[in-house]
Design a binder for this molecule. Sequence first.
Ligand SMILES: [Zn+2]
Length: 296
Amino acid sequence: MGKSIIFTVDLEDWFTDGRQIQVESWDNYELMIETNVYAILSLLAKHNAKATFFILGWIAYKKPRLIQEIHAMRHEVASHGYAHELVYTLSEEKFRTDVRRSKLTLEDIIGAEVIGYRAPCFSMTRWGLDILKEEGFIYDSSIVPRTYHDLYSRLYESVENPFFEIIEQFWEVSLPTLSIGPLQIPWGGGGYFRFYPYPLFIYGVRKWISSGNPYIFYIHPYDLDPEQPRRTDYSRLNRLRRYYGLKSTRNKLERLIGQFECKSIVEYYPLLQQQNNRKWETQYEEDGQLFAHSPQ
Ligand SMILES: [Zn+2]
């Protein structure tokens, strides 16, 4: 077993990226999430590995049993928002509503506090971090320093240590970017993991780790699924980003999980769990539909 890395999954389906297909019409599409999530869960179980699952609230609402299974397998359940809307396109009020709804939905399903958040397409803003803290989150994992991806936000040019207290009593677990010549290339996974040959990807991971930094990996369930429906609303670039290398990803993922000791974020940073001293409690309102929870 090699060094330990942080393993994360952005749990969303092939049509829930919120770009062209909006949340109002998601019910018209077939959910393909379960097979792919079970594939990831079985790879993790085989190697006794743990992960943080950043789960879309809408998916959790549709597939609560799946989320309960993830929690029962002692993986960390965290939030990826409710409707996958890019943070910098939302008003502060709308963002607050979205993250609150996702947190309550997940907590109601698993019966435990949710303390972590990852923004859709790494679209975090400065005010978004304040709102997350106010809503009871303990950490964010949405910053990819110095990237040129058209959707990611450019909140930080560089970070000294990928794990840091970004505002008082609130932490950031930022994603790796490698310097190659004049370029900074995101090296956290997703499409980049599909795109590079495995030895090259691992070379980058080792380079990152050898500089003393914790390595954070992420993958989507659809990254493993060559059978997923092809989106006709994507540009050529987005099709390349989404569909390149799908067939070999499962095999690469198995090699990665076998090669490194994979941990969830709270397992890697017990400090975060220690900050969470809230007592989780659900309160149903009179009509039985709405719920709120009262920390402490
Ligand atoms: Zn996402």
